[in-house]
Design a protein around this ligand. Structure first.
Ligand SMILES: [Zn+2]
Length: 113
C-alpha cells in the first residue's frame, strides 16, 4: 500500500517575496493539504496554547503585584499612623492598624500568620 504524498499548499515569506512551502502536506483542511506550520487549525491551536500560557502567567504576576501594593499601602499606613506618639500610645495605634489590616487582608483572601 502506498501512501499518497501531498505538497503543502502554504506560502512563506523570505524577506522579498512569497514562495511555495517546500514541506509535505500532512494535515488536510478544506480539501487542501498543509504542513503543520501552514495548517490553520494547528496554527490556531498553537496560538491558543501560547495565549493561555501567557494569560496564566499574566494573572499570576498581577496577583503578586496586587498583593505587594496591598502590603505596601498597609505598611505606609502603619508607619504614618504611629508618627508623633509616645511608645505606649504607638503600641495601641499599631494594634488598631493591624486589626484593620487583618480585616482588609481577610477580605482580599490573603493569609498571614
Ligand atoms: Zn507548509
Amino acid at each position: 500500500m502506498t501512501k499518497e504524498i501531498h505538497d503543502c499548499e502554504g506560502f512563506s515569506w523570505n524577506g522579498y517575496a512569497n514562495y511555495k512551502c517546500r514541506y509535505n502536506g500532512k494535515f488536510e483542511d478544506d480539501g487542501k493539504w498543509y504542513c503543520k506550520n501552514h495548517h490553520e487549525p494547528s496554527i490556531q491551536a498553537k496560538r491558543r496554547a501560547r495565549d493561555e500560557t501567557f494569560n496564566a502567567k499574566w494573572e499570576r504576576d498581577m496577583a503578586i503585584s496586587d498583593r505587594r501594593n496591598f502590603e505596601r499601602k498597609w505598611f505606609e499606613e502603619l508607619a504614618s499612623a504611629v508618627v508623633g506618639y509616645d511608645q505606649p500610645t504607638k503600641r495601641v495605634v499599631a494594634r488598631k492598624v493591624f486589626a484593620q489590616f487583618r480585616d482588609a487582608a481577610k477580605e482580599k483572601g490573603y493569609e498571614y500568620e
